[in-house]
Design a protein around this ligand. Structure first.
Ligand code: AMP
Ligand code: MG
Length: 422
């Protein structure tokens, strides 16, 4: 996201609006007014995947727990390594992973050892099997091994007490594997956020219903469902609420105080009946912002009782852009996740992009490789805020700063990959 101050010299031919907030300013105001939930639950580690860790995790064991072999080969004592030429050693047994050799090794002796097997006492070095000639109970080794080679020391990966995972991390497959390697069966995580949403509009029909003249299918509840599912929150879909004072009032009352977050789409653009605003003001403490961004200029944020409220614009692309830029970071913070800065990289753009100064634009793009294997970005088709296809075809936002003008092929642009957005 851009954090430039608005350039007051920009010509009046642009979209500049002195009353608008920059996207970064809107996000900062949101962050200032929310505090993370703190209730936790203990879960089996598999169920904790994708959940936010509620405590630091310190190792209670050494990993590996004992000295063991990193390779298949022969455990020896380094004193038996030849300075030059070849030495012959007697093979006195074997040590397998889970089935150790329980006796000691004397000078001139060796033990067949497999990867992960405990090093017999008296041994400190493993000669890999490729460097050994075996003849009956005798092996001969050259001088290609150094003392201590191919041995993993106890606690080498993690020692007792080491900080392994930090509170506020969202657990990945590697993290739950790590927890398992340390013997943790359960882990404390922050409870799931409860999020409800509804769409507003007399023109909206749900899938499965007949589409009469002038009606459209409601897609926002599906994109919201998808984006929220990936965040692992508890979802309540409240359906479509008609543009009707009474119904709207009831819907807000039903959600306020009962969920952590309520998200609506539509009904906040200029020209919408004022009662949406009235209803919100009646039920809580809500801000109506104009954000200097495209798409997604109108944004409503505040609180209805204990419930945080986001009123997103109605256009399908605006919903997704404002969700990813504001709602997702806020939900992640509310869930106790440490603030994660979005990944933004500079990449050459191979398309011509139209852009007027005055608003930060979130155009939709696809990352690809050019013939030299370098990463470049191309815009997806038509970029209208109602054209969901431009999102469906995309795998990143191309973020153009507030005072940027048209982009020519080859110009460097800021790209925010969707996979960094969860
Ligand atoms: P509004 O902010 O209610 O004026 O909506 C702006 C535009 O987005 C209008 O063209 C609406 O028909 C459209 N729109 C609003 N809500 C939805 C929705 N849930 N699904 C698809 N389009 C919508
Ligand atoms: Mg509407």
């Amino acid at each position: 996201m851009q954090n430039k101050t608005i350039n007051k010299d920009i010509s009046c031919m642009d979209d500049f609006d002195p009353e608008s907030l920059l996207p970064d300013e809107a996000l900062a105001k949101i962050f200032e007014s929310i505090s993370a939930i703190t209730e936790t639950e203990s879960l089996p580690i598999r169920d904790a995947l994708n959940r936010v860790l509620a405590t630091d995790i310190n190792s209670e064991i050494n990993v590996p727990s004992g000295r063991n072999s990193a390779m298949d080969g022969y455990a020896i004592n380094a004193k038996d390594l030849p300075k030059d030429g070849v030495t012959t050693l007697s093979l006195i047994g074997s040590s397998f992973a889970g089935r150790p050799f329980n006796k000691s090794l004397n000078t001139g002796e060796c033990v067949r050892i497999m990867t992960g097997a405990i090093m017999p006492s008296g041994s400190d070095t493993v000669v890999i099997q490729e460097n050994v000639n075996v003849s009956g109970d005798q092996i001969s080794i050259g001088n290609d091994t150094k003392p201590g080679d191919n041995v993993r020391q106890a606690g080498e990966d993690l020692a007792i007490g080491d900080l392994v995972l930090e509170k506020g991390m969202r657990l990945t497959p590697a993290d739950i594997g790590l927890l398992a390697s340390l013997g943790f069966a359960n882990v404390d995580v922050i409870r799931r956020l409860k999020v409800a949403f509804f769409s507003t509009g007399d023109e909206l029909r749900s899938v499965g219903e007949v589409l009469e003249d002038g009606m459209i299918y409601d897609s926002n509840r599906y994109t919201l469902y998808g984006m929220l599912s990936r965040l692992g929150v508890d979802i309540t879909d409240m359906g479509v609420v008609k543009d009707d004072r009474q119904l709207m009032d009831e819907a807000f009352k039903e959600a306020a105080g009962h969920v952590d977050v309520l998200i609506t789409s539509g009904g906040v653009s200029v020209g919408e009946a004022d009662y949406v605003k009235e209803t919100l003001i009646k039920h809580g403490n809500v801000n109506f912002w104009k954000v200097a961004m495209k798409p997604g200029r109108p944004l409503t944020f505040g609180k209805l009782n204990s419930t945080y409220f986001f009123g997103l614009p109605g256009n399908p692309v605006s919903v997704m852009v404002t969700f990813y830029q504001f709602v997702q970071p806020a939900l992640r913070m509310l869930s106790g996740e440490k603030k994660t800065n979005p990944v933004i990289v500079k990449v050459p753009c191979i398309s011509k992009l139209k852009k007027r100064p005055g608003r930060v634009e979130y155009q939709r793009g696809v990352l690809e490789q050019d013939t030299a294997g370098r990463m470049v970005v191309r815009k997806t088709g038509a970029q209208g805020s109602g054209i969901l296809r431009s999102m469906a075809d995309a795998d990143c936002f191309i973020i153009l700063p507030i005072d940027s003008e048209d982009i020519s092929p080859g110009d460097l642009v800021d790209v925010q990959p969707f996979n960094g957005l969860i």
